[in-house]
Design a protein around this ligand. Structure first.
Ligand code: SF4
Length: 335
């Protein structure tokens, strides 16, 4: 009778000595970025160039490839016009309504690749304003998505914050302390689509405690998008199967750095790499016969992920079953 293999927490069914590559169920381009790239690549050619306003993607290889197809980023409509473009594009993060107005005023064609899940937040913010809420957007105040949503909300009764200290209030409603600045009666909280749900909930609880006393009304709208939630869940699942994690993405990609941070926080040594040459043999040696987990930031193209897989296969790891991702061309996230 065959004896059951000795199990370790990270390798539930794996025979001793078999080193596998395990790939996060969700990695690399999210649905919205992939969609935006498809739209822009289809619209542009070297003869019909397009200037996205802002960074379309934080990946040097993709930026170079797009340049060859006539896609070159610009910082503003004016700059694009002075460089001879007559077409500009909005990236997947979206922008405020001013961009369309500037393009029109300059007689330029506008290609809008805003992710529909971001448009949903822009419309929601407008609706909340009509309903009389002060809007707090949980996110990075400098991020184009956050700036764009608040620009669509078009109200002075809004702010962006990631920490409670960044809010324009310092005390709960009803406070009579000298110097107390309290929130208005109706406050709604929306989130940047890529934020972490646990952190949003923590922020929400603190904000609620400031707003709800004295008849205050607080509304939490969880606008973290479904692809982001799936990615966070996929990373958690990966940490239970891998002894070391490689998070692949451009050096400047903060969401890739964040993936590596989360892997480390969950107790699996995790490293941010841009390409296979960045992998250090000592990381693999430390994992022994354990699996290598692979994840990738939202701006990492599939071919870079495949290069990392090929590098590991050459070093004796078995390739992931079914390639680097399940392919479902019909997939559309829930709105
Ligand atoms: S909203 Fe979600 S799916 Fe859309 S671009 Fe942002 S991260 Fe990607």
């Amino acid at each position: 009778m065959a004896t059951a293999p000795t199990l370790t927490p990270n390798t539930p069914t794996q025979p001793a000595g078999e080193r596998k590559i395990v790939v996060a169920q969700e990695l690399g381009y999210c649905w919205g970025v992939r969609r935006a790239l498809d739209i822009i690549e289809e619209a542009a050619s070297p003869e019909a160039r397009v200037a996205p306003i802002g960074d379309i993607i934080h990946n040097p290889q993709v930026v170079e490839r797009l340049r060859g197809r006539g896609v070159e980023g610009s910082t503003s409509v004016d700059e694009a016009r002075s460089r001879g473009f007559n077409r500009v594009a909005i990236t997947a993060h979206g922008m405020g309504p001013h961009l369309a107005e500037q393009a029109k005023a300059n007689n330029m064609e506008l290609i809008d690749t805003t992710c529909p899940l971001v448009i949903k937040v822009q419309r929601l913010a407008q609706k909340l304003v009509r309903q009389g809420y002060y809007i707090v957007m949980y996110g990075d105040s400098y991020h184009p998505e956050v700036k764009g949503v608040l620009a669509w909300a078009n109200t002075t009764k809004s702010c962006a914050a990631k920490h409670i200290e960044e809010l324009p209030w310092n005390a709960p409603r009803g406070s009579k302390e000298p110097g107390a600045i309290v929130p208005p009666r109706k406050v709604a909280l929306v989130s940047q689509t890529t934020k972490n749900i646990a952190e949003l909930m923590e922020f929400s609880s603190e904000l609620q405690r400031m707003v709800m006393p004295e008849g205050g009304e607080f509304r939490l709208c969880n606008t973290i998008c479904e692809p982001t939630t799936e990615r966070q869940n996929a990373l958690k699942a990966l940490t239970s199967q891998a002894h070391v994690i490689l998070a692949i993405g451009g050096k400047k990609s903060s969401n890739t750095a964040r993936l590596a941070d989360v892997g480390n926080q969950m107790g699996v040594p995790s490293f941010h790499i841009e390409r296979p040459e960045d992998i250090q043999q000592e990381w693999l040696d430390a994992a022994g016969d354990g699996n290598v987990g692979i994840t990738a930031g939202a701006s990492t193209p599939d071919d870079v992920i495949e290069q990392v897989v090929a590098y590991l296969v050459e070093r004796g790891y078995s390739a992931p079953d079914g390639g680097i991702r399940p392919v479902d061309p019909e997939y559309v996230p829930n709105f």
